[in-house]
Write a protein that binds this ligand. Structure first.
Ligand code: IDC
Length: 461
């Protein structure tokens, strides 16, 4: 990995003077830019740029840098508006990162092409302040393996909601990153000791979401059988130190009240059985659709007390209108939830997206909502909302960067070998025993594994 740390140091002396000699005539400026090529292939590459504001707060910014080789072009970027003129690349802040406090940073990225060589860009400048010093190849890269000091559940314990965050036993915000099963009525063979070992150890996943469809040959056909299968998967996740999200996967019909009685029966049973575990999170309605927020809220206010009666301290995730889009897919937005929240504590709201279908307008909604509502991305795909089609890498990376920055937990659809672009494994993988090698991964699986397996930074005090 090639790294370049460019210190845009014009502000360094000005900052010093400002402190010692009273207010300067102009605002203190300066920034650091860190450029990283995260992958490279024949004629193409993906790069990240982290900019950190070292001067006074800014409410808007433009980053410029120079491509050293004439053949280097930005093809598609994210987390900024990108343009290129000759060798000069310009990136402008967008809704969710336009404001940078002192010390604040933004992570941008792009896919590029090149013809000759692919040297790192030079001459980074933020709001016209040029780089005057640079440091190449810092001595150490961040660790890629987490210290072997405990599993996610061992470190964090029983989770709870604090403010808009999911917090651990130290009352500090944590982000859980993991995978969702496909429908367990169809893909049961994918969830076994070998696949869950791979998820916990190779992927270093923090959680497994257990998607129990209610219709489509799911729970309604065999309530006792499906309840048992969910409990078994909760135990298998627990044995590997992973959290388990119990997903009551309502989808069609979209009104969760259609399944109200089933939900009460199911949750009273799983909540009683799993009350003493620290690793369980309940998701009471996957994706309400074609139904008002008030109907969803009414459902939630009937199901949550059933869970609380048996398991008082577990976090509960509530689905939102428009396929858990906070209403955005129905032409509404998060304000209907902000203005009329579910009457319960220790709850979070689900936000789902499919990166090829849901882009800037949805990211803007999440950025706004995240300041007011505890959000949990309990399902998302790297592809279109059908679950199929090509991986939209740029949009997926923009989403994942945003969720990382906001510390929003996520589960990706799906840890399965379904014959569709959203699946992490190639078709036929679950007929074998190899879940760990790179050869069994799809493009989506490789992307998610590379994101999920980086070190967690769970606070421990
Ligand atoms: C899809 C599956 C697909 C299945 C379909 C209907 O990927 O194999 O045929 O459901 O059951 C969701 C849903 C999730 C969908 C997924 C992709 O929560 O059940 O899975 N999706 O369409 N919301 C948005 C997309």
């Amino acid at each position: 990995m090639k790294r370049l740390l460019a210190l845009l140091a014009t502000g360094a002396s000005i900052i010093g003077l400002a402190v010692l000699a009273g207010p300067p005539a102009q605002a203190a400026t300066g920034c650091a830019a860190e450029y990283t090529v995260t992958s490279q292939w024949e004629g193409g590459f993906q790069a990240g740029v982290k900019i950190t504001n070292l001067g006074d707060p800014v409410s808007g910014w433009t980053l410029e840098f120079t491509m050293p080789d004439a053949g280097q072009k930005v093809v598609q970027g994210w987390n900024a508006t990108w343009s290129q003129s000759g060798s000069t690349v310009t990136a402008g802040g967008v809704d969710w990162n336009r404001t940078l406090s002192t010390g604040g940073s933004a992570d941008l990225g792009f896919v590029g092409s090149f013809t000759g060589s692919n040297p790192a860009p030079t001459s980074f400048a933020l709001n016209g302040v040029a780089c005057t010093g640079s440091v190449t190849d810092p001595p150490t890269d961040p660790p890629t393996d987490p210290p072997a000091d405990g599993t996610p559940v061992a470190v964090n314990g029983q989770l709870h909601v604090c403010g808009v965050h999911l917090c651990n036993r130290y009352d500090r915000p944590v982000q859980l990153r993991g995978m969702s099963t496909h429908g367990i009525q169809w893909f049961g063979p994918c969830y076994n000791d070998a696949s869950l070992d791979a998820l916990a150890q190779d992927w270093k996943s923090d959680l497994l979401r257990v998607a129990m469809y209610v219709q489509e040959d799911g729970y309604e056909t065999d309530p006792a059988g499906f309840t048992g299968r969910v409990n078994t998967l909760v135990d298998m996740a627990e044995a590997r130190g992973m959290y388990a999200v119990i997903d009551f996967h309502t989808l069609t019909p979209g009104d969760p009240n259609y399944n109200l009685d089933r939900a009460k029966t199911f949750f009273s049973s799983v909540a009683a059985r799993n009350a003493d575990k620290e690793n369980v999170i309940y998701e009471i309605a996957n994706e309400p659709n074609g139904v008002s927020w008030t109907a969803v809220k009414s459902y939630a206010e009937q199901v949550i007390p059933v869970i609380r009666a048996a398991d008082p301290d577990a976090v509960v995730i509530v689905g939102t209108r428009g396929w858990s889009s906070l209403g955005v897919s129905d032409g509404a937005n998060e304000s209907e939830v902000v203005n009329n929240p579910v009457n319960a504590t220790n709850i979070m709201y689900a936000f789902h997206f499919y990166a090829a279908s849901h882009k800037d307008a949805y990211r803007a909604a999440v950025s706004r909502a995240a300041t007011q509502l505890p959000l949990f991305v309990s399902e998302f795909g790297t592809v279109s909302a059908t679950g199929g089609g090509a991986v939209d890498r740029a949009s997926s990376v923009a989403w994942l960067d945003l969720l990382d920055r906001l510390k929003i937990s996520y589960a990706n659809w799906t840890y399965s070998d379904a014959d569709e672009g959203s699946a992490a494994f190639k078709p036929g993988t679950c007929e074998g025993t190899d879940y760990g090698s790179s050869g069994v991964l799809t493009e989506s699986g490789a992307l998610l594994k590379s994101r999920i397996s980086t070190a967690d930074d769970f606070p421990t005090s």
